[in-house]
Design a protein around this ligand. Structure first.
Ligand code: AMP
Ligand code: ZN
Length: 489
């Protein structure tokens, strides 16, 4: 169990499968096993993608804070994800490799590393396992062989899963529209429009960079198969929680569930355990003003773009936490700026406490008990981080309390929120666009000269030095309420 004393509120989580908030009851006492659908590594992740992992991280941190031993798997999809989630189009990685005349393995490695850099910058804890899809191809073939006779049929294009062979197919999906489950695509011979390929044969005369031999010919596994196989292999069916973005609720996860039913039980979904996981959780989208965030249109909102424009990546994390994970969140630079100011205020307040205490006390002590209980209630209410943050504000604002105990209380809350409050240095939060041409040391030298001029009541020189800095894009912030002396414009 954790050292936290105030973590006893039952943890309620919204289950997309039952459409209700349910108490978390682990399959294995004392443990929490979570599988998160990871990125398809054919391009950089955008900040919307990263919202999915901030959410999964808060879930994992909450489970740890509640005292469960967490086993968390995030996969890396380096094969099999087609340009169309349903069942059509080209493999995203094969397409990127052909377009750039590069090896698919190099592309996968490059974007996996870029994704891991974003994970680290957002203070997302690394999971117990990063599972790489191409490492599991033999297990995928075995899985497919197990279910093939009763649930699949072969077409010239590959081995297809018959969705009519399992009970309650598509129960998870909400949108039975063109976008959702049930979309028709043209593959001759399919028994049902929603049937999907679990093994895709390489068409005659073609070679692919990634292909393997199988009982159904040389080819590659389907994307849905990968997640069923890796989650089952690493966590065992049924495991506790499966997460992903809401787009996965429509096609990818219903298809995973169908395969899991076929593999382990075939029972209906009135008992969620038959789906392979007891709880299916989905984060809503980060959208921009056009209502969609995509990797191909307009400005590519990568985390690195935010950093280049001078925003600390944890300001984006805070922006995510200010909304409930099931609500849509609109990205704007103003919103990000507001989150940065809020983070600065928190960090400065914590710095003042750190000036008065060398280290956190072992326990927060009774003065903080009510607030920590409220924090626990908020986070236990389907991860209500927005309310949890307001409780953090109250903790930070507490007057006449022992600073070491206050640090302990802040540390306990931040164990879940992951804002790095006990370690963040306020100087790191300064707006510092990559395009700025003036070095920080030069700014400090001019500011020192200006201070000396003011001390000598030489206001003309002081003003001239300020104008000098302004001409180089540096605003001098006399009397700033947050105590900043300058910022880059
Ligand atoms: P992908 O790399 O496209 O497979 O997506 C990785 C994760 O990001 C998946 O869980 C998606 O559901 C999720 N996702 C995609 N777009 C967004 C978005 N705009 N906001 C939040 N999550 C998203
Ligand atoms: Zn998946």
């Amino acid at each position: 169990m954790t050292e936290a004393q105030n973590n006893n509120t039952p943890l309620m989580l919204f289950n997309s499968l039952t459409r209700a908030a349910e108490p978390f009851r682990p399959v294995h006492p004392g443990e929490a096993r979570v599988y998160t659908c990871g990125p398809t590594v054919y391009n950089y992740p955008h900040i919307g993608n990263m919202r999915a992992y901030v959410f999964a991280d808060v879930l994992g941190r909450t489970l740890s804070y509640k005292g469960y031993v967490l086993r968390h798997v995030i996969n890396i999809t380096d094969v099999g994800h087609l340009t169309d989630d349903a069942d059509a189009g080209e493999d995203k990685l094969e397409k990127a490799a052909a377009a750039r005349a590069q090896s698919i393995w190099d592309i996968a490695r490059h974007y996996t590393e870029a994704y891991w850099a974003d994970i680290a910058a957002l203070n997302i804890r690394t999971p117990a396992h990063w599972s790489i899809a191409t490492d599991y191809v033999p297990q995928m073939i075995e899985f497919a062989q197990t279910i093939a006779a009763r649930h699949c049929y072969e077409l010239p294009g590959g081995l297809y899963f018959d969705v009519g062979s399992v009970v309650d197919y598509g129960r998870l999906a909400r949108a039975h529209t063109e976008e959702g489950a049930g979309r028709i695509d043209e593959v001759d011979g399919k028994r049902h429009p929603a049937d999907f390929a679990i093994w895709r044969k390489t068409p005659p005369g073609e070679t692919r960079q990634m292909e393997w031999d199988s009982p159904w010919g040389r080819g590659a596994p389907g994307w849905h198969l990968e997640c069923s196989v890796m989650s089952g292999a690493l966590l065992g069916f049924p495991f506790d929680i499966h997460t992903g973005g809401i787009d996965h609720r429509e096609i990818h996860h219903p298809n995973e569930i169908a395969q899991n039913q076929a593999f382990c039980c075939t029972g209906g979904l009135a008992d969620p355990a038959n789906s392979g996981a007891n709880i299916w959780m989905h984060n809503n989208f980060l959208v921009d003003r056009t209502g969609k965030m995509s990797k191909s249109s307009g400005e590519f909102l990568r985390l690195q773009l935010l950093i280049d424009r001078g925003y600390h990546p944890l300001a984006y994390r805070l922006m995510c936490l200010q909304a409930h994970y099931r609500s849509e969140l609109e990205f704007s630079w103003e919103g990000l700026g507001a989150a940065l100011i809020r983070l600065k205020r928190l960090v400065m307040a914590v710095a003042q406490v750190r000036d008065r205490a060398d280290a956190p006390a072992p326990e927060p002590g009774p003065r903080f008990a009510d607030l920590l209980a409220r924090f626990d209630a908020a986070i236990s209410d389907d991860l209500n981080t927005a309310i949890a943050l307001t409780v953090l504000d109250e903790i930070v604002a507490m007057k006449k309390v022992d600073p070491a105990q206050k640090l302990a209380a802040i540390g306990q809350v931040d164990q879940v929120l992951g804002l790095g409050l006990l370690a963040l240095d306020r100087a790191a939060l300064r707006l510092r666009p990559a395009a700025a041409s003036i070095a920080e040391a030069a700014i400090t030298t001019v500011l020192d000269a200006r201070r000396a001029a003011r001390a000598n009541k030489d206001f003309a020189r002081s003003d001239a030095l300020r104008d000098d800095l302004a001409a180089q894009g540096v605003e001098v912030m006399d009397g700033d309420p947050l105590g900043w002396d300058w910022r880059l414009l």
